[in-house]
Design a protein around this ligand. Structure first.
Ligand code: HEM
Length: 192
């Protein structure tokens, strides 16, 4: 295997996935050891809120909001979804009551995995379009303008478009299943 692929993509992918697993197991263990299992039951709420907040990037991209640096918002998207996913995983680890929440969990994990693939594809396409930097500066664009153009170039790279065709529907399935789970909780509220 190409060593740069191994170092730049495969190893970080495995490390981030492992970090998520370790954070989940450690969190779950700590809650049990401290007799705070009930906290896990509520962790689904901040986890979901973090994931919702992470959609700021998508809203910025789709011009539903106009302010905020896209690159920073994407980093926040990645960080918040990973943190939120860890919280939701700890929350889910508490009990098995119904099938729907577990389907939502599987969809979330698929979302996280596809998000990670997208992250590394984006890094790759960023390197690919770096050559265009010169082109833009030759056109006399300012440094800030050039950086912004290059960011969107990387995002619209063909491979990214193909990947998005997967990440988006997975998100939709995840959102629908989560909504189903949340609605059923409100319908059958009995948190003891
Ligand atoms: C609960 C988990 C996740 C959900 C629901 C989610 C959802 C989304 C959505 C809806 C978009 C599309 C933005 C748009 O085009 O409007 C997106 C893009 C993206 N996500 Fe995620 N994501 C999740 C996890 C992750 C993770 C864990 C990472 C990486 C660490 C990640 C990295 C990315 C990247 C790189 C983009 C592409 C930027 C672009 O195409 O403009 N995502 N995500």
């Amino acid at each position: 295997m190409d060593t740069s692929l191994l170092h730049r993509e495969v190893v970080p992918f495995i490390l981030i996935t492992l970090a998520l697993v370790v954070a989940t197991l450690a969190g779950d263990y700590a809650l049990h050891a401290l007799d705070l299992v009930w906290v896990g039951r509520w962790l689904g709420i901040p986890g979901t809120l973090l994931i919702l907040l992470s959609f700021g990037y998508s809203m910025r991209k789709r011009k539903l909001i106009r302010s905020g640096n896209p690159r920073t918002l994407l980093t926040l998207h990645e960080t918040f979804t990973l943190l939120g996913a860890a919280m939701v995983l700890i929350h889910a680890g508490v009990h098995f009551n119904a099938i729907l929440p577990w389907l939502a969990l599987v969809a979330m994990l698929l979302n996280v995995a596809s998000g990670l693939v997208g992250k590394f594809l984006l890094d790759r396409s960023r390197r690919h379009v770096a050559a265009r930097r010169q082109h833009y500066s030759l056109k006399g664009m300012s440094k800030a303008e050039t950086e912004r153009e290059l960011f969107w170039d990387a995002v619209t790279f063909e491979l990214m478009a193909k990947w998005r065709a997967l990440h988006f529907p997975i998100t939709l399935v995840f959102v629908v299943l989560s909504l189903g789970h949340i609605l059923s909780i409100f319908l059958f509220w009995n948190w003891r």
